[in-house]
Design a protein around this ligand. Structure first.
Ligand SMILES: CC(C)(COP(=O)(O)OP(=O)(O)OC[C@H]1O[C@@H](n2cnc3c(N)ncnc32)[C@H](O)[C@@H]1OP(=O)(O)O)[C@@H](O)C(=O)NCCC(=O)NCCS
Length: 173
């Protein structure tokens, strides 16, 4: 089995991240909202990383990447909009098409859940998924997320919301 490593995003990742996003652009756009075209340049990705790392520094975001044994980025995931007053954050993730089906999204999400509890002391995570994204829904269910039943006036929306309660580790941090 190939070796993969999960680590925090860093400012020197621009080139590797741009290559990952370009390689998988069509794949991602068939499952999730497309990025602005200006993202797909060294400057665009460098600014994107800078924004994420600034938010990481103030405790609002937790960005991670998954790389293979040769240092190629094959996936990424984030805790987004970390809110200490509500104790919640949103999760997001995307894995390269070539490495799908090997458990990487599940591993990345488990890592974020652990960080949400031990590092950020959160009590709840949420995720938004297009209804037809069966792979992502499976990952969420496997990691303990539960589909929230929509109110009747939201039933026609394309996205659904999953929620997971956490037990923050009050001795950590
Ligand atoms: C969804 C996504 C993150 C899954 O990544 P992954 O690394 O393949 O996930 P895992 O291997 O941990 O688990 C995926 C599971 O879903 C299953 N699966 C994938 N596509 C499926 C489909 N169309 N129907 C049913 N099951 C499916 C896989 O077989 C696997 O289950 P298994 O381990 O029991 O075989 C990846 O496909 C992706 O990045 N897609 C594009 C971006 C995206 O959709 N992001 C999520 C937004 S909410």
């Amino acid at each position: 089995m190939k070796a993969f490593r999960i680590r925090e995003l860093k400012s020197s990742d621009a080139q590797a991240l741009l290559a990952f996003e370009i390689r998988n652009r069509e794949w991602f756009e068939s499952h999730i909202d497309a990025r602005d075209p200006s993202f797909y340049s060294m400057q665009g990705v460098a600014e994107h990383i800078e924004g994420y790392l600034s938010d990481f520094a103030i405790g609002a975001w937790h960005p991670i990447v998954i790389e293979d044994g040769s240092g190629t980025i094959v996936g990424r995931a984030n805790l987004k909009g970390i809110n200490q007053s509500t104790g919640s954050a949103e999760v997001g993730y995307r894995m390269g098409r070539d490495t799908c089906g090997q458990g990487l999204a599940t591993q990345a999400l488990r890592h974020l859940i652990e960080q949400a509890q031990s590092r950020w002391q959160l009590t709840q995570l949420v995720a938004y998924v297009f209804k037809e994204n069966a792979g992502s829904r499976k990952v969420l269910a496997r990691c303990g997320f539960v589909l929230e039943q929509p109110s009747s006036n939201e039933a026609s929306e394309a996205e659904c919301r999953f929620v997971r309660a956490l037990n923050p580790d009050l001795n950590a941090r």
